[in-house]
Design a protein around this ligand. Structure first.
Ligand SMILES: Cc1ncc(COP(=O)(O)O)c(C=O)c1O
Length: 370
C-alpha cells in the first residue's frame, strides 16, 4: 500500500460543498480583495487565538516581514531567531535590512532555547523570533522572561490552534507574544487554496500600523504615511479558510490521535526517538517528526516501500550559502545541525486511515528489523 506524506484531496472531498458555496458568494459579490470575507476570517482567527486583533495578509512570510516593519526593525538592528526553521523566518529579517542572529535549539523539542537567547542579546537586539515548530508552541513565557521587555514575534506559521499552559492558563499560539504570525499555505494544518497569512496582536497601535503597511502604508487610499507593501489577503482565500476553520479542532484532534498511535507503535526502537511534547503543550502536529540515527537509510527504505516522508529541514539556516556573509561556521550551532541530520517527518494528516497508519508504522518497524 502506498501512503503519501500528505493527501489534500482526501480533505477536499469531505468539505468540498461547504467550501465551494462560500467561495461562490465571493465570486457573485465580485469583491475579491480584503472586504467582508477577509473581515469575517479575521474575526474568527482573533477569536480562536484569544487576540484583540487579526490582520490578514498575503502569506506567512509577509506576516513576519510586516510584523518587523510595525516594530520599526531595520538597518543596524539584530533579531535573534532559530536556524532550525523554514527559510522565511530569517529571510524576512534580512529583507527588512536587519541582521539575523542564530541561536541553538532545545534538542528535545526542536524549538529555540531561551538560555541561548539570553546569551545572544546585545544592545543592538531589537526583537526575538521564536518559531512554534512542527505544531507545538515554543516556551513563549520563558522567551519573554529572557527578552526582558524586547518584543517577541511568534512565528506560528505551522501552529494555528495549538496551545500551551502558562501560569495555569491555557494560552493559544499567537496570544501572548507581542505579535503572532500564521501561514495558510495549502499544506499547513489550516491551508487555503493558494497563499495566505495572518498577523495577530493585542496591541491597538501595532494593529493599526499593520493595517496600513499591508496596503502600501496608507490608512486612506492614495495618501501614504509611510512606504508599505501590497500584502493583502484575497477574499476567495478568506472564504475557503472561513469555511474550513470550524473543522480545525476536529482535524487537530485526529492529528493528535494519529501521533498517539505512532508514539505507541514506534516506542522502544533503538536508534529512533518519537517526538517529545512538553507537558504544558497541546500540539496540533503539523508534522510528526522522529529523530533517527540512520535517517537517510530509513528515508530511502520508506521511499522504496511507497511511504511518504520529508526532511524538515536538511540544512540549518546559519549554514545556507545566502547567509555566509554572517560568518557562521559548521559546528557553531550544534544542536540545530544535529537535528538537521537526524529528523524525518512521517505522514500525519487527519484523513489517514488505520490501514495507512499501520502501513507507515509497520514499514518503519520493518526497517529496524522489528
Ligand atoms: C515556520 C514557518 N515560517 C514561515 C513560513 C512562511 O509561510 P508562507 O509560505 O505562507 O509564506 C512557513 C511556511 O511555509 C513556516 O513553516
Amino acid at each position: 500500500m502506498s501512503v503519501p506524506l500528505l493527501d489534500l484531496r482526501a480533505q477536499h472531498t469531505a468539505i468540498r460543498d461547504v467550501v465551494v458555496e462560500k467561495m461562490m458568494k465571493v465570486v457573485d459579490s465580485q469583491l475579491f480583495i480584503l472586504g467582508a470575507a477577509v473581515e469575517e476570517l479575521e474575526k474568527q482567527v482573533a477569536e480562536l487565538s484569544h487576540t484583540k486583533h487579526a490582520i490578514g495578509c498575503a502569506n506567512g512570510t509577509d506576516a513576519i516581514l510586516l510584523a518587523m516593519r510595525a516594530l520599526d526593525i531595520g538597518r543596524g538592528d539584530e533579531v535573534i531567531t532559530t536556524p532550525f526553521t523554514f527559510f522565511a523566518t530569517a529571510g524576512t529579517i534580512h529583507n527588512v535590512g536587519a541582521t539575523p542572529v542564530f541561536v541553538d535549539i532545545d534538542p528535545k523539542t526542536f524549538n529555540i532555547s531561551p538560555e541561548a537567547i539570553a546569551k545572544a542579546i546585545t544592545p543592538k537586539t531589537k526583537a526575538i523570533i521564536p518559531v512554534d515548530l512542527f505544531g507545538a508552541m515554543a516556551p513563549i513565557e520563558e522567551v519573554q522572561r529572557v527578552a526582558k521587555g524586547l518584543p517577541v514575534i511568534e512565528d506560528a506559521a505551522q501552529t494555528i490552534g495549538a496551545s500551551r499552559m502558562i501560569d495555569g492558563v491555557k494560552r493559544m499560539a499567537g496570544e501572548v507574544a507581542t505579535i503572532g504570525t500564521f501561514s495558510f499555505f495549502p499544506s499547513k494544518n489550516l491551508g487555503g487554496y493558494g497563499d495566505g497569512g495572518m498577523i495577530v496582536t493585542q496591541d491597538d497601535k501595532i494593529a493599526a500600523r499593520l493595517k496600513r503597511l499591508r496596503v502600501h502604508g496608507g490608512a486612506t487610499q492614495y495618501f501614504h504615511d509611510e512606504v508599505g507593501y501590497n500584502s493583502r489577503l484575497d477574499a476567495l482565500q478568506a472564504a475557503v479558510l472561513s469555511a474550513k476553520l470550524p473543522y480545525l479542532a476536529g482535524w487537530s484532534a485526529k492529528r493528535r490521535a494519529n501521533a498517539a498511535f505512532y508514539d505507541k507503535a514506534l516506542a522502544g526502537i533503538a536508534g529512533l526517538t518519537t517526538p517529545y511534547i512538553a507537558k504544558e503543550n497541546e500540539s496540533i502536529y503539523n508534522q510528526y517528526t522522529v529523530r533517527v540515527e540512520r535517517r537517510d537509510e530509513l528515508q530511502a527504505y520508506l521511499k522504496e516501500k511507497n511511504v511518504g516522508s520529508a526532511i524538515y529541514y536538511p540544512l540549518p539556516l546559519h549554514l545556507q550559502p545566502c547567509f555566509s556573509y554572517l560568518g557562521y561556521k559548521k559546528g557553531s550551532v550544534p544542536e540545530a545541525e544535529k537535528a538537521s541530520a537526524q529528523v524525518l517527518s512521517l505522514p500525519i494528516f487527519p484523513e489517514l486511515t488505520q490501514a495507512q497508519l499501520d502501513e507507515v508504522a509497520g514499514t518503519v518497524r520493518a526497517f529496524f528489523g522489528k
